[in-house]
Design a protein around this ligand. Structure first.
Ligand SMILES: [Zn+2]
Length: 270
């Protein structure tokens, strides 16, 4: 499933390719995505792409009087291709912009293509999303305030999109290692000192992944597959039984909320 860094790398690629271009056509080959592609999406021709924004893992193509909301779901990918490129089996949606097109490929069809007139932030999918982890709004005070009184494990707290949006499973494990915090610690025990370390670790972990993905940005046009940060070195994620890169102790794997958590019991304290 695409995580926030991949979506942000995609956003940057799309912004470079699409901003300022006029939408000349729309092709809907399969409207049955997570939600049906509505008729108003087919009437976007004539609008100019002002910018490409992001909220959580939603991409927002700003068309001036509204936003085209795109979500990659479980298996979606977006590519910018020359107009007229033949569509494959899972290429369900094209936004045509003169001599190029933006194409959504989504084999499992959990992605979304929706039109939000007016203020997209008020759309039902976006209105209740938590704070953006890379924004200034997520600082140590805010993080601690969000955690206050919560008995849930800090790992699950970090992954709750109603509180903080876009810290997925990989980045939650990696950030907690960076901050030296045991993933099982109750969120309410987050001190201001630990909150400083954790907010910095979240931002560092996400930015590092974006940088690694961004280095493949020039291959964005027509590139198959995913940005290169999937090859990045993890501290703990998916390393059960292997030695901690900091202390040498064996990395442990536990299950929290039906997802794997990886951590070093020596480096990460309750
Ligand atoms: Zn360790």
């Amino acid at each position: 499933m695409p995580e926030l860094p991949e979506v942000e790398v995609t956003r940057r690629g799309l912004a470079l390719q699409l901003a300022g271009r006029v939408i000349s056509g729309v092709a809907v080959r399969e409207p049955r995505l997570r939600w049906p592609i509505s008729a108003d999406v087919r009437r976007l021709a004539g609008r100019t792409v002002k910018a490409v924004r992001r909220r959580g893992k939603y991409l927002l193509v700003d068309c001036g009087d509204g936003h085209l909301i795109l979500h990659l779901g479980m298996s979606g990918s977006l590519r910018v291709l020359p107009a007229g490129t033949p569509a494959g089996k899972h290429d369900h949606f094209d936004l045509v912009l003169g001599d190029r097109l933006l194409r959504l490929r989504d084999p499992r069809r959990f992605g979304a293509v929706l039109w939000a007139p007016g203020d997209a932030m008020q759309h039902r999918l976006l209105a209740h999303l938590g704070v953006e982890p890379l924004s200034r709004a997520l600082d140590p005070q805010r993080l601690r305030a969000l955690a206050r009184g919560r008995r849930t494990a800090i790992k699950l707290f970090l992954m709750d999109a109603r509180l903080i949006v876009g810290v997925g499973n990989i980045y939650a494990s990696e950030s907690l290692f960076g901050a030296g915090i045991d993933p099982r610690m109750p969120a309410r025990r987050l001190s201001l000192e630990k909150s400083r370390k954790l907010s910095a670790a979240i931002k560092h972990t996400l930015r590092k992944a974006i940088r690694a993905g961004g280095s493949t940005l020039r291959d964005f046009v027509g590139a198959e597959g995913r940005p290169g940060y999937f090859q990045q070195r993890h501290w703990v994620y998916d390393r059960a039984g292997q030695p901690c890169r900091r202390c040498g102790a064996a990395i442990r794997r536990i299950v929290q909320g039906q997802r794997s958590t990886f951590f070093c019991a020596r480096c990460q304290k309750k």
